[in-house]
Design a protein around this ligand. Structure first.
Ligand SMILES: Cc1ncc(C[n+]2csc(CCOP(=O)(O)OP(=O)(O)O)c2C)c(N)n1
Length: 659
């Protein structure tokens, strides 16, 4: 078996990452169809499922985006087959249309929607709390406290989904998805269901929101399920109330926040002194359990990761049932925790200490002193692209092309992928905000300042069109996106650009993989999630077919060719595209290792190097600079022999094996 989650051993105890635990839960429940689009911190759910799908006889796919994945999984659930979709926080924004509408008719086969949020925005462009989406859709939301619960909830979600005839939502967070914990395996449901279709199953026009009698009638049907869901929340073992006789202080904590809160109670020696309600269903909350707690205490501390999803519901209950109870949480009315950033066990312990008014040193003075010492030893370091990354070549060529185009203020609209690091800036450099009322040009040397705008997948190509139609004339308008992003989010936008005649130059940085999230295959890879060969899609042919008048393919390792291609595109009077194609270096290195291809690292001649630092400006992390000797050098262990630095050295000091 290619992964431990496929082992059919009831009672086996093993260490699983939260995402693997979710996958195991789905496997135990007999999932037959799984679809996803990668996104940290959720990707390992599908990676784990895809690794065992063939062995266990179910279907798994990487879809082209989350909306498609959601619809694929919804199709499975409509035909009565247990289905799963997973994604990261931002991915859910793509599925909202179908999500909010699918629930009007519900599902036939169990349907789990697993979403991994990212409080602290470690890997994301926002901190959004997707539990609100479950509330918005009026369905059950699970939130596990640990990896065991992640597995158990994922498993149970399928049974409950079939009972309610609605999808069940499971919200994970980075620290749960990516940390490992003890999980005990349950049995595996092995019987496979045959997909069936019945247009009027239990309700007329079940799978058609417009079907008679009306869309409204389907919303009424959705509401008819809510008492059933509330009843489950009330009786669920995942919501556990521990009332302590005489305790006047209570904690209501949800998901991983409840694990932190339990630890805080222990560290502060408050066991047996505080009443505790652990929430596993942040929507809907178990109202009777909450009310019992509220009625027994004077004040309550709310601990939850993200926004005040549970707190809003608790406060609204308290307004009628126990208006005198003081509730402290993240809401402005009585704030004890910030409504942004990530919880940590230390933060929760400190907050509880403050709440109960006891002195507590969560981090000892010794530890703080050590931390300060360590801080001094760490050199500030910016995020970089990999040594030999083809994006370095694309950005070098773009920078030179823009400079040669004249002294104007260009706009480079970024996008999401490894290349987004082109907008991360240099950590150590400080900038003051500008209040100019005209366009301002900022000079930069490294590629890490080349992107001027960056928000979400596919956003750059759209923004660039607005800039054009706003009649921005102070410089060229550029957009960049990777190959996975091209298929995920750019296609309708390109049609729009051609249709509405935007003069924009669009660079597709095609490295044949969805690299940033851990090298998942996509339509440019030639392989599916389950390892089957698949057609290789031609970005150029697609672009031409939708009317793009200028499409050129270049190799970003050839800096001159790439620069010329971009310059030509920028001169084109309409929407133009340059496909910068070169395999992701990490994949190239993997292939080279397998085929035992020897890579001869480049070196810099000490005699010829003048210390001009042009090679440093490529931004390749294999290139370093000896400030004392005023000479550049190349780290032979990380150099991939891409040749890009040799092409830009004005003194021809760089060569393979050179020194
Ligand atoms: C809506 C959404 N889904 C998923 C992600 C996670 N994610 C970040 S970058 C990326 C794709 C990167 O692939 P590609 O565009 O090919 O660029 P590469 O990293 O290979 O350079 C993904 C899926 C996201 N940020 N937003």
């Amino acid at each position: 078996l290619s992964h431990i989650v496929a082992e059919d051993k009831v009672g086996k105890r093993t260490l699983l990452m939260g995402n693997e635990a979710i996958a195991r839960g789905a496997i135990e429940a007999g999932v037959q169809l799984a679809a996803a689009y990668p996104g940290t911190p959720s990707s390992e759910i599908m990676e784990t499922l895809a690794a065992v799908a063939e062995d266990l006889g179910f279907y798994a796919e990487w879809s082209t985006n989350e909306k498609v994945a959601f619809e694929v999984a919804s199709g499975g659930a409509i035909t009565g087959v247990r289905s799963l979709v997973c994604m990261k926080n931002a991915g859910l924004n793509w599925v909202m249309d179908m999500f909010m509408t699918l629930v009007y008719g519900g599902v036939r086969g169990g349907y789990l929607i697993a979403v991994a949020d990212d409080p602290g925005a470690h890997y994301s462009s926002n901190e959004q709390d997707t539990r609100f989406a479950a509330m918005y859709a009026e369905i059950l939301c699970f939130e596990p406290a640990d990896q065991q619960e992640a597995k158990d909830m994922a498993r149970l979600a399928f049974d409950l989904s079939e009972k309610f005839e609605l999808p069940v939502f499971l919200r994970s967070v980075t620290r749960l998805s990516h940390a490992s914990g003890d999980v005990t395996f349950g049995d595996m449901k092995k019987d496979k269901r045959k997909a069936v279709f019945d247009k009027h199953w239990e309700l007329p026009y079940r799978w058609n929101v417009y079907g008679p009698p009306s869309t409204l009638s389907k919303h009424i049907w959705l509401h008819s399920r809510i008492p059933m869901i509330k009843e489950y929340a009330e009786s669920s073992d995942f919501n556990s109330l521990e009332l302590v006789e005489g305790a006047k202080i209570g904690i209501i904590a949800s998901g991983i926040g409840s694990s932190y809160a339990r630890e805080a109670i222990r560290r502060l020696g408050l066991e047996g002194k505080i009443s505790f309600l652990k929430i596993g269903t942040p929507h809907p909350i178990p109202e009777q359990k909450v009310t019992r707690l509220l009625k027994s205490v004077d004040k309550v501390l709310m601990i939850e990761e993200g926004e005040s999803v549970v707190e809003i519901q608790v406060r609204s209950l308290a307004n009628t049932s126990s208006p005198g109870v003081k509730i402290s949480g993240k809401m402005a009315i009585d704030r004890i925790l910030d409504p942004y950033g990530e919880l940590t066990p230390t933060l929760v312990a400190d907050t509880l200490a403050k709440f109960v008014d006891i002195k507590f040193e969560s981090v000892t003075k010794d530890r703080l002193a050590i931390k300060e010492e360590i801080k001094k030893l760490i050199a500030p370091r910016s995020s970089t692209l990999c040594a030999g990354c083809p994006h370095l070549g694309s950005y070098w060529a773009l920078k030179v092309a823009l400079r040669r185009a004249g002294g104007k203020v260009w706009i480079v609209n970024g996008d999401i992928g490894c290349y987004e690091q082109g907008g991360y800036g240099i950590f150590a450099s400080k900038l003051n905000p500008s209040f100019a009322d005209q366009s301002v040009r900022y000079e930069f040397d490294t590629p890490y300042d080349i992107l001027d705008t960056n928000y979400i997948m596919g956003g750059g190509i759209g923004l660039s069109q607005g800039e054009f139609h706003a009649k921005y004339e102070d410089g060229s308008i550029i957009a960049v996106a990777g190959d996975s992003t091209f298929f995920h989010a750019c296609l309708p936008s390109i049609v729009n650009a051609v249709y509405n005649k935007a003069k924009v130059t669009f660079l597709v940085l095609d490295n044949a993989w969805t690299a940033m999230t851990g090298h998942q295959p996509n339509p440019t890879t030639g392989m599916t999630a389950m390892g089957e060969q698949s057609p290789l899609f031609s970005i150029e042919a697609i672009a031409k077919a939708i009317g793009v008048g200028f499409v050129k393919t270049v190799d970003p390792y050839n800096l001159k060719e790439t620069r010329e291609g971009i310059e030509e595109a920028m001169k084109y009077p309409g929407f133009s595209m340059v496909v910068c194609r070169r395999l992701c270096t990490l994949q190239y290195l993997r292939e080279a290792r397998k085929s035992k291809t020897k890579i001869v690292p480049y070196g810099i001649s000490r005699e010829k190097c003048t210390g001009c630092k042009v090679c440093i400006q490529l931004g390749c992390p294999a290139i370093n600079f000896d400030e004392a000797a005023k000479k550049a050098g190349i780290d032979p262990l990380t150099c991939t022999a891409c040749d890009m630095c040799a092409q830009i050295c004005p003194f021809k000091a760089i060569s393979p094996g050179g020194s």
